[in-house]
Ligand binder design. Structure first.
Ligand code: PEP
Ligand code: MN
Length: 264
């Protein structure tokens, strides 16, 4: 179902009455890794909106490597994201980590994220295939492109065709970056599937210094969107501070992306 042989025209996934991903316009989703408290998510939402982001991101259910790390605010986090949406008008994407909480997360959010660690959780993929909300499917950290497309197929074969693919870096021998951002995945995916492709330069590199150059390169390579971690005070973030931009730096990135769009 994801194959270009089945459908030649690129898919445009509808997020709201006024926003779609996969059309002409680049869609930027931005916000903190985790929702931490009301002030933090509202401040983040206002900042990314002012910079020109079209969607808010924020994790309420966090898939942490260690069980002792912050696990997220759960439903309270979803409520705070909804409040941030009410105040800014930005739709939001948030992660769902198990089949049992899919209906709860879907009842609040505009798009559900399947994280890299769950990219082959087939029970979860089937469950999100049965709902009527767009799905941002992240590539697993050791997943081939073919396996990635098969995970999309798990969602689509249950009925939900609104799938967006997200490259977020893969595991290689290189340790200078947290992951190795596979930008070649953009043209490769575009040759195989009609689904939109989004790049996550935050998880892809693990270092805020590399977010801007990788964002420009992703856009040049044909990405339909970017998902970027932005935090008002990254040093104090409860997760992924080192790969989060401060609002000012995010604003500068967005201004430069706008120049590229005008030039294109
Ligand atoms: C995230 O988006 O914060 C996240 C946990 O991403 P990934 O699943 O790509 O590691
Ligand atoms: Mn994160």
């Amino acid at each position: 179902l994801a194959s270009k042989e089945v459908k030649k025209e690129p898919s445009v996934v509808r997020i709201s009455d006024t926003l779609s991903i996969g059309g002409k316009e680049l869609v930027v989703m931005a916000g903190p890794c985790s929702v931490e408290n009301e002030e933090q998510i509202i401040e983040s939402a206002k900042a990314v909106k002012a910079a020109g982001a079209q969607m808010l991101r924020g994790g309420a259910f966090k898939p942490r490597t260690s069980p002792y790390s912050f696990q997220g605010l759960e439903e309270e986090g979803l409520k705070l994201l909804a409040k941030a949406r009410d105040l800014t008008g930005l739709p939001f994407v948030t992660e769902v980590i198990d089949p049992e909480s899919v209906d709860l997360v879907a009842s609040y959010s505009d798009m559900l994220q399947i994280g890299a660690r769950n990219a082959q959780n087939f029970a979860l993929l089937k469950k999100v295939g049965q709902i009527n909300k767009p799905i941002l499917l992240k590539r697993g950290m050791s997943m081939t492109i073919q396996e990635f497309l098969m995970s999309a197929e798990y969602i689509m074969s249950e009925g939900n065709q609104s799938v967006i693919l997200c490259e977020r870096g893969i595991r290689t021998f290189e340790t200078a970056t947290r992951n190795t951002l596979d930008l070649s995945a953009i043209p490769v995916l575009k040759s195989k599937t009609h689904l939109p492709v989004v790049i996550d330069p935050s998880h892809g590199t693990g270092n805020y210094h590399y977010i801007a150059p990788m964002s420009y390169a992703a856009v040049a390579a044909g990405a339909d969107g970017l998902i970027i971690e932005v935090h008002p005070d990254p040093e104090k973030a409860s997760s992924d501070g080192p790969q989060s931009l401060k609002p000012k730096k995010f604003q500068a990135l967005m201004d430069r992306l706008r120049l590229f769009a005008e030039a294109a």
